[in-house]
Design a protein around this ligand. Structure first.
Ligand SMILES: C[S@@+](CC[C@H](N)C(=O)[O-])C[C@H]1O[C@@H](n2cnc3c(N)ncnc32)[C@H](O)[C@@H]1O
Length: 217
């Protein structure tokens, strides 16, 4: 568990919803649509932040658990949520859930801010707790292609800089290396892009869970 001084979102937490809601609403609605279409029941929101995705899914009748490493983000999630969502303060690279506990897991705009090793572990651990036949839904940045996308990347770049030096450095590496697609391929995961967002700077992607427990040392 991180100490308060190690909480990288302590300052951002009170502003997070106001800053991101206009951009993330449609992405979250897309994710909910995918979960509904697939007929899943139990969902884990990995790196849930202030819990907005978890609340949306809970409001649509899903059984939702959610984890985050930031006490201040999680405090806001707990404060604003109706009863029934199970929140846990823990590292997504070491989840306490049993293997194949959930139909579906979501990781929204969190992998890009982690260092490459952490990203692999979080993805592998998320795969472990998702049952065979389920899915991992990831929303995150992709490598922009085309003039418009590259123009909008300047805006994304400013936002990521505000989030801090390490966060920004990890974002730059993530996008330079091609985002989630090579990462998933390296773990032998099959990925489909379902929708592009932020003028082709981000996407909602679905990874088929194959039920193989993945342990990385
Ligand atoms: C940009 S926010 C995204 C929050 C939310 N998923 C959303 O889409 O609004 C990234 C979140 O990932 C969390 N996070 C980063 N590394 C984590 C880790 N190793 N384990 C759990 N949460 C983590 C941060 O605390 C933060 O709340």
């Amino acid at each position: 568990m991180e100490t308060d001084s190690g909480d990288r979102y302590r300052r951002l937490a009170p502003l997070y919803d106001g800053l991101t809601a206009p951009f993330l609403w449609s992405v979250r609605s897309d994710i909910r649509r995918i979960v509904q279409e697939c007929g899943y029941r139990t969902v884990l929101d990995v790196c849930c932040g202030t819990g907005r995705m978890a609340m949306m899914l809970h409001g649509s009748g899903f059984s939702v658990s959610a984890v985050d490493l930031s006490p201040s983000m999680l405090a806001r999630a707990r404060k604003n949520s109706p009863p029934g969502i199970r929140y846990f303060l823990e590292d997504a690279a070491r989840l306490h859930f049993q293997t194949a506990s959930f139909d579906c897991a979501i990781i929204s705009f969190a992998l890009h801010e982690m260092n490459p090793s952490k990203r692999m572990h979080v993805l592998a651990e998320t795969s472990r707790v998702t049952r065979k036949g389920g899915a991992i839904i990831v929303a995150d940045y992709i490598r922009p292609r085309g003039m418009l996308a590259n123009g909008f990347r300047a805006v994304v770049n400013i936002v990521e800089r505000i989030a801090g030096k390490d966060h920004h450095a990890n974002y730059v590496t993530f996008v330079r290396e091609g985002g989630l697609e090579p990462l998933a391929a390296g773990l032998g995961m099959k990925l489909t892009v379902r929708r592009r967002a932020f003028m082709d700077n981000a996407a909602v992607m679905v990874i088929e869970a194959n039920g193989t427990p993945r342990t990385l040392i």
